[in-house]
Ligand binder design. Structure first.
Ligand code: NAD
Ligand code: UFG
Length: 345
């Protein structure tokens, strides 16, 4: 019988792609999301994409009563926990909201899981836990350095899970530290859907290429990198989704807990990203060099060998594929039957 998975935050960017990968891998998946940062149409799009009805609950991870009733109804074998707030600058302005959703929400979920006897969880962590790392490519052994409240919530989440596993060996935990997710599903039915002006580079470039924003501000060209602009390890969101399938298989199969980076091991600068997006879109991407953005890290690149060794994970998609799929999504082929992400609630 298919194993049953609860996917919190499953209507979001990484969650929706992971939903498709889990369904393709034969899991029975229920999405829980409160739509704080997702579009309701994602559920219909996932139905079109998979050709199956979506099992879905509109709820908040801090709502223990609803969570408990979902667990008793579905008897989940494992949870993949994406639901969180993720905007770094917002976390500096509203730290309590971030602690509430990302830390209290996690604790609430773990309590309900414990009571239901479901103790297998995949947790979304981030390269942000490394702060400004001493070493690049950065290995999983690099120390924790919180740069902002958001980063602190990911460090706290990992520590809570580690201490829980130490206290009770029935817990089985996969911690995945994502580098910079980019791109969209090849169908162009799901993708990154920022509510406002994007904070992140790829969705911002996409809107400049589409003519919705006039120019990209490149935050600093005086870093110690080949062209002076910030370098990141961009990973296709479908590769990330595959990483979750492998993580779950390791946890539910041999019961092998793990902590791994999910990246490609390769870095690209902001200007390389601009050039790649221009190639993919065949549009101009005007840009202007400005001051460094406060709190930015010069280089984030993953040491990617541990995920390969433990999970057999290897990223397959190139930067050009990330840009092409983003462009395909942003130019709205997806909107032929559904309203597009900008003009619906
Ligand atoms: P997203 O905002 O697209 O997805 C998160 C989903 O969680 C959204 O659908 C949102 O509506 C939902 N949600 C938020 N608060 C909730 C609550 N209280 N109850 C129920 N649902 C709630 O973000 P994403 O980019 O898909 O990120 C998913 C996870 O990956 C997050 O934990 C994030 O911190 C982590 N992560 C993201 C990145 C990135 O650059 N995108 C990098 C590293 C780690
Ligand atoms: N950048 C620009 N202009 C922009 C946006 C970004 O020049 O308009 C630059 C940044 O300075 C950086 C690079 O593009 O050098 C990437 O910036 P992003 O905002 O896309 O990504 P970050 O690496 O800063 O942060 C992201 C997530 C964090 C996460 C981190 C590491 O937003 O939550 O990746 O995984 F912690």
């Amino acid at each position: 019988m298919a194993e049953k998975i609860l996917l919190t935050g499953g209507a979001g960017y990484i969650g929706s792609h992971t939903y498709v990968a889990l369904i393709e891998a034969g899991y029975e998946v229920t999405i829980l999301d409160n739509f704080q940062n997702a579009n309701r149409s994602v559920v219909h799009r996932l139905e079109r994409l998979t050709g199956k009805p979506v099992s879905f609950a509109e709820a908040d991870i801090r709502d223990a009563t609803t969570l408990a009733s979902l667990f008793s109804e579905h008897q989940f074998d494992a949870v993949v926990h994406f639901a969180a707030l993720k905007a770094v600058s917002e976390s500096v302005e509203r730290p309590l909201d971030y602690f509430d959703v990302n830390i209290s929400g996690l604790i609430n979920l773990l309590r309900v899981m414990d009571a239901a006897g479901c103790r297998t969880i995949v947790f979304s962590s981030s390269a942000t836990v490394y702060g400004v790392p001493d070493e690049t490519p950065t290995p999983e052994t690099a120390e924790f350095r919180a740069m902002n409240p958001y980063g602190q919530t990911k460090i706290s989440g990992e520590q809570i899970l580690n201490q829980l596993t130490a206290a009770d060996e029935r817990w089985n935990v996969g911690i995945l530290r994502y580098f910079n997710p980019a791109g969209a599903h090849a169908s162009a039915l799901i993708g990154e859907d920022p509510r406002d002006i994007p904070n992140n580079l790829m969705p911002y470039i996409a809107k400049v290429a589409a003519g919705e924003l006039s120019e990209l501000q490149v935050f600093g060209d005086d870093y110690d990198t080949p062209d002076g602009t910030g370098v990141r390890d961009y990973i296709h969101v479908d590769d990330l989704a595959k990483g979750h399938v492998l993580s779950l298989a390791a946890l539910l199969g041999e019961g092998q807990g793990h902590l791994v980076n999910l990246g490609t091991g390769e870095g690209h600068s902001v200007l390389e990203m601009v050039a790649a997006y221009k190639r993919a879109s065949n549009r101009d991407v005007p840009y202007r060099i400005t001051e460094r953005r406060a709190g930015d890290v010069p280089v984030y690149v993953a040491r990617a060998d541990k995920a390969e060794e433990i999970l057999g994970f290897q990223a397959e998609h190139s930067l050009d594929e990330m840009c092409a799929s983003s462009w395909h999504w942003i130019t709205g082929e997806h909107s032929s039957e559904d309203p597009g992400p900008e003009n619906e609630e």
